[in-house]
Design a binder for this molecule. Structure first.
Ligand code: FAD
Length: 317
């Protein structure tokens, strides 16, 4: 598991229930220190050990040093499974580490049916494929975190927390930390709003918003609801909002309690990113828009009337 700060850590998780030994490459960003993050990780009931790789070689989420780190940790621990989240961090690192370990990874897992049996979406989520892993160990997976319940820490008291150990980096050379990719800069939108991937409520705007100026209405509504802001690819391509807000097959996968879509037609590539949402609300002036086929609640109406009314009726935060 790991950090993009100036330090990093690795966590080994052995599930008592299903797998013999699973290494989870987790991530934490900003906020807690390396130690605090490691301690938090150690409090999950299924974590038996936390491995810390405390080195400035892992300051940035570059694939080369991180893949090498996984390789080094695996050679020592001989894990049956190695798991990361299906986010840009995990998807960057895991395939490279899999190549170093000479195995084929399975990506975007949404269900674990057995120790070597997994379900993943194909055709932009229009079909589900069940895959049996028949390769050699380790079985390497990226998982869609929105498809699994959030693990609870509470059952585990501090006194029974897992041990925290330093990774032995003596075999990790300077050359291992250098690759073809270079960290240039980190640009992030705003830190006030909840993270799109973990938000409880997501308010998304589509091409129907018509301009970047109008898109501010979506931001205002999100602010009132304490929600994250999302966008369709059409809205991103039109320059209304930056790329990192894109939801869908080639954007972020979300799984909030409430997903609100304004001026979104409901193309399959967009729906591929929202099917884990608990309640979907769609506002579109076209009653035949495909988004209404997946929506739990729908308003056929003009968003330029509906949003101001919602803003007026919702209480101030
Ligand atoms: P449109 O389809 O143009 O829909 C706009 C909607 O707004 C219409 O339904 C219209 O009725 C409604 N509307 C207009 N004015 C109003 C109003 N005043 N009030 C209420 N409603 C109004 N798309 C994604 O979103 N995410 C992805 O990750 C993604 N990946 C893709 C990957 C590939 C390989 C491809 C080929 C496409 C991908 N797309 C993705 C694009 C996708 O196919 C659609 O083009 C896109 O989702 C459409 O965005 P939209 O719904 O905002 O726009």
């Amino acid at each position: 598991l790991a950090a993009f700060g100036n330090r990093s850590l690795a966590t080994a998780i052995a599930s008592r229930y299903r797998f013999i030994s699973t290494l989870v490459l987790a991530e934490h960003e900003g906020g807690p220190s390396l130690r605090e993050a490691a301690q938090a990780a150690s409090c999950y009931p299924s974590v038996s050990q936390v491995l810390l790789a405390d080195s400035d070689k892992f300051t940035h989420p570059l694939a080369e040093p991180w893949a090498k780190l996984l390789h080094v940790v695996h050679k020592k621990g001989n894990f049956s499974h190695i798991v990361t989240a299906s986010d840009s961090f995990g998807k960057n690192i895991l395939p490279r580490a899999a190549a170093l370990l000479d195995v084929s990874p399975i990506t975007d897992v949404i269900e674990v049916s057995g120790s070597h049996l997994f379900v993943r979406p194909i055709y932009a989520g229009n079909a589900l494929s069940t895959i049996r892993y028949t390769g050699s160990d380790p079985c390497m997976l990226t998982i869609r975190s929105t498809s699994f319940p959030v693990a609870s820490m509470s059952a585990h008291s501090k006194s029974s927390a897992a041990a925290i150990e330093q990774v032995d980096l003596s075999t990790f050379s300077e050359d291992d930390a250098v690759g073809k990719s270079k960290f240039v800069k980190l640009s992030s939108q705003d830190t006030e709003r909840p993270d799109l991937g973990n938000a409880r409520i997501v308010v998304t705007g589509g091409r129907g918003l018509k301009s970047a100026e109008n898109f501010k209405m979506i931001e205002k509504l999100a602010e009132k609801l304490g929600a994250a802001v999302g966008a369709t690819r059409a809205a991103v391509d039109a320059g209304f909002v930056p790329n990192e807000l894109q939801v869908g097959q080639t954007g972020k996968i979300v799984g909030p309690e409430l997903y609100m879509a304004f001026g979104v037609s409901g193309a399959i590539q967009h729906l591929a990113g929202i099917t884990d949402s608990k309640v979907i609300v769609a506002i579109n002036k076209d009653a035949d828009a495909p988004i209404f086929q997946v929506a739990d609640y729908g308003i056929v109406g003009d968003l330029f009337e509906v949003i101001p009314e919602l803003l007026e009726k919702l209480p101030e935060k």
